[in-house]
Design a protein around this ligand. Structure first.
Ligand code: MTE
Length: 616
């Protein structure tokens, strides 16, 4: 793959005009998806050389296309069905195809059903992971800490084939600014082919790696200036009316990071705790504490513009019950619950009247992967579109049949017009008897987005999701171990469709990010074989790693200004990056242990070994 570049301003001149220049290197590790349900697929031969495929995949349509190509058949002879999957996290966006293709080839050869479930070790050896990144940077800034110029060379391990590496590295470029306005910037991104497994999508899709880079740079700036990192972050934030355009030319019009950051600082008692930590550290030689507050600004939409489309199919039966189908995959993120709520709100029906059947390539075709956190946005939009079409049919029937032109309201299982109140069930039954169509497909495409594929400039995202986290950590300078003492989070989900689900995503995303940055280390033996291929050699976070105090709050004033279902915001990936605060808190503890000199030797993940190696 060709390297990509993006730039703005006059970086070389800006370096000349900067008070201070810092240079350095950064590393982030890879990450195994460790979904609870491993890769699994089953293919059942049908009549007429057709095949029914059950696959644990985030992408039924591409599963269908890949199998059809492998078997040299038309797409319409392959039928893929997915009820739900036991976790995906990006690891079943493309990696699942291999297993479904194998079962399909074997089913065609033997004309018998074939099922394949791989052993956990084989799964970890065979499947791609998060891309690990290397960054080489030069940053120029004022004595106050305002960034003037940034030059970054980034290189990622893509593995033996391209898979999704292009788009993942593009997203790393798009998130290297995180929440900060950087007037002069030059980024060069190398996508390296290596003799290792083909790396793939993983929650955040390159965004976490980009943000990790800038958050470490900001921390290094504050250490150099001996100032509170929260202040350096704040002065560099995107502003409301000026300093609000990203390096890729998108105007930020929904910025709430300043509000979230200030609120969280107060709620978490950041200032007071920082002072207490200073006191603790002055009294303790072996144990050292650290604290950090970091922001998240994450772009929502697939950066590959055409993927931002969704489809749905809605039937109403004559008893008033509603059957719903759409292109999204339930993987534990609560999608089906959210979409059933969207449908029930639109028709004013009890949630229990809604049934969503398995995601199915014969019901909704040409779907996009359930990824980029946009599944509710695009499939919810398609559901509303289908329901609006049925509502139009019903409304026309009401005008005609009941001889009215009054406003019609659908509420609490009833339909209201004139002074009448008819149960939804009676209305649809009457409509059926009068030959009114009670079923419709629906379609949605995200508006406003566009990207120049060569320059990467344009508006790749419809909107941004924002959040911030404060982490307080303690490290043992003899063993390198760390423990998270307290985490406070404030996260923007717009106007939530379901607060419990959103909170679950925030907590889960944070802990998974914590694993990436502290315990999960992917490593290879010198002969190139994966060393970390089972839970005995690869440590995912557990209840033991959860902070003693874990305060998660949804940003109360959250609202999506764009045309998105319920004015809500995507929540699947953004909270993952809140965990960068924990890594930076460990970095702060190392800085404190190093007599406040530096901590830039710390690489991710901050395992005990890497923490020990970062001491002076
Ligand atoms: N939550 C659970 N429980 N399981 C998962 O596999 N995947 C994450 C996130 N939350 C995942 C999850 C990833 S990588 C993405 S992109 C989003 O969910 C996808 O779903 P959404 O678009 O509905 O948010």
């Amino acid at each position: 793959m060709e390297p990509r570049q993006i730039s703005r301003g006059d970086t070389n001149n800006a370096f000349k005009n900067s008070d201070i220049i810092l240079k350095g290197e950064l590393h982030t590790g890879g990450q195994d998806h460790f979904y609870l349900e491993g890769q699994i697929a089953m293919t059942i031969p049908q009549e007429d050389n057709n095949f029914l495929v059950y696959s644990s995949t985030q992408h039924p349509s591409e599963t269908q296309q890949i199998i059809a190509k492998v078997l040299k058949q038309d797409f319409n002879s392959i039928h893929v069905v997915v009820r739900r999957i036991g976790g995906g996290f990006g690891g079943k966006e493309t990696q699942s195809f291999l297993f479904a293709a194998i079962t399909s080839i074997a089913a065609k050869k033997t004309n018998k059903p074939v099922k394949l479930r791989v052993d956990r070790d084989d799964d970890m050896i065979m499947t791609g992971k998060r891309h690990d990144f290397y960054f080489n940077y030069k940053v120029g800034f004022s004595k106050k800490g305002e960034i003037n110029a940034l030059k970054v060379m980034m290189a990622s391990r893509c593995g033996i084939s391209a898979d999704l590496s292009g788009a993942i590295n593009d997203r790393a470029i798009y998130h290297i600014d995180n929440a900060y306005y950087i007037p002069n910037m030059e980024i060069e991104s190398f996508r390296c082919k290596t003799n290792t497994v083909s790396n793939t999508a993983f929650r955040g899709f390159g965004g976490p790696q980009g943000m990790f880079c800038i958050e470490n740079i900001i921390e290094n700036i504050s250490q150099k200036l001996n100032k509170d990192p929260a202040e350096i972050r704040k002065i560099n934030f995107y502003k409301e009316n000026t300093k609000n355009e990203t390096h890729y030319g998108m105007k930020i019009t929904d910025n709430v990071i300043n509000d979230i950051f200030e609120n969280l600082k107060i709620k978490s008692n950041y200032k007071k705790r920082k002072k207490e930590i200073e006191k603790f550290n002055s009294k303790n030689r072996i144990l050292k504490k650290g604290i950090a507050i970091t922001p998240v600004k994450f772009g929502i939409s697939f950066t590959t513009t055409h993927l931002n489309q969704g489809g749905a199919l809605v039937h109403i039966y004559t008893d008033g019950s509603l059957h719903l189908n759409h292109g999204g995959i339930e993987m534990g993120q609560g999608l089906m619950t959210k979409l059933a709520l969207v449908a029930s709100n639109e028709f004013g029906l009890n949630y229990k009247s809604i049934k969503i059947s398995s995601t199915d390539t014969e019901k909704v075709p040409n779907t996009s992967a359930s990824a980029a956190s946009a599944t509710t946005d695009i499939n919810g939009g398609a559901i509303i579109n289908a329901i609006n079409k049925i509502k139009t049919n019903l409304n026309e029937f009401i005008y005609d049949y009941y001889k009215t032109n009054s406003i019609i309201k659908y509420e609490n299982d009833y339909v209201y017009f004139d002074k009448r109140k008819i149960s939804f069930k009676d209305l649809v039954n009457e409509a059926y008897l009068n030959r009114v169509a009670l079923s419709s497909s629906g379609f949605f495409k995200t508006s406003k987005i566009n990207v120049n594929k060569k320059t990467l400039k344009g508006r790749p995202f419809l909107y941004f999701a924002y959040g911030a986290a404060v982490s307080e950590v303690i490290i043992d300078t003899l063993t390198g171990e760390n423990k998270l003492l307290q985490v406070d989070i404030m996260h923007d989900v717009g106007k939530s469709i379901n607060k419990r689900i959103d909170k679950g995503q925030i907590e889960g995303g944070f802990i998974q990010g914590l694993g990436w940055l502290t315990t999960e280390e992917v490593s290879w033996k010198s002969d190139g074989k994966l060393q970390t291929h089972s839970p005995s050699t690869y440590k995912i976070p557990t209840a033991g790693e959860t902070p003693f105090k874990f305060n998660v709050e949804i940003y109360e004033r959250g609202i999506n200004k764009e045309n998105v279902v319920n004015k809500s915001k995507a929540v699947g990936e953004p909270p993952f990056m809140l965990a960068i605060s924990s890594f930076i808190a460990i970095k702060n503890a190392v800085f404190n242990a190093n007599d406040k000199k530096e901590s830039d030797k710390l690489i991710a993940p901050a395992t005990p070994e890497n923490v020990l190696n970062s001491f002076n």
